[in-house]
Design a protein around this ligand. Sequence first.
Ligand SMILES: O=C(CO)[C@@H](O)[C@H](O)COP(=O)(O)O
Ligand SMILES: [Co+2]
Length: 221
Amino acid sequence: MRQKVRIAPSILSADFARLGDEVRAMDAAGADLIHIDVMDGHYVPNLTIGPGVVRALRPLTRLPFDVHLMCSPVDGLLPAFAEAGADILTVHPDAGPHTHRTVQLIKSLGRKAGIALNPATPVAALDHLWDDIDLVLVMSVNPGFGGQAFIASQLDKIRALRARIDAGERPIDLEVDGGVNVETAQACVAAGADMLVAGTASFTGGPDAYASNIARLKGRP
Ligand SMILES: O=C(CO)[C@@H](O)[C@H](O)COP(=O)(O)O
Ligand SMILES: [Co+2]
């Protein structure tokens, strides 16, 4: 693989009845971040996790909380997630009218700012944001659910983003989310991704399998 990749298990695929144990188990298994999918039943047709859950999970691990907000409007929610313990707040530019303002708000809260690009959203959506963002999240499925198939056309977008990030002066993480498994992980890393979200592929097989799932996603046998 091209470079060391970090794995962010999405707790959307965890056992919600044992969520704290699941987060601790993923920490022990070698996860690098915990990905938390926040869905509002409006921007996407699913309803998931609020800041109260993030706050409850925060004392259980020192891993960064990578909070992916599929919410519209989103600005009013950001302070609560920051206060609850989010480290990265990632938003969708098509979910609100003033994404630059949203990014400024995230930075003012002292958190890292990420922008998520849906499969149909072009790289040009970032044109006015490059100076301020810390992370780009390439959605390799349409947002809303775990367990969907990887959309291979997004590999070209990952390659284009890698070239753009490498040509810039600031470090910006390049994360891929959706349908990531051992095979598609290799393709994402070869295309230039340095962070991978994996829900199904991280949690499959139950806690005894987590360490091996994470190792294989990192390209280890
Ligand atoms: O943001 C999302 C879906 O909208 C993701 O984070 C999924 O939760 C990833 O799940 P898998 O595709 O890896 O099962
Ligand atoms: Co996500």
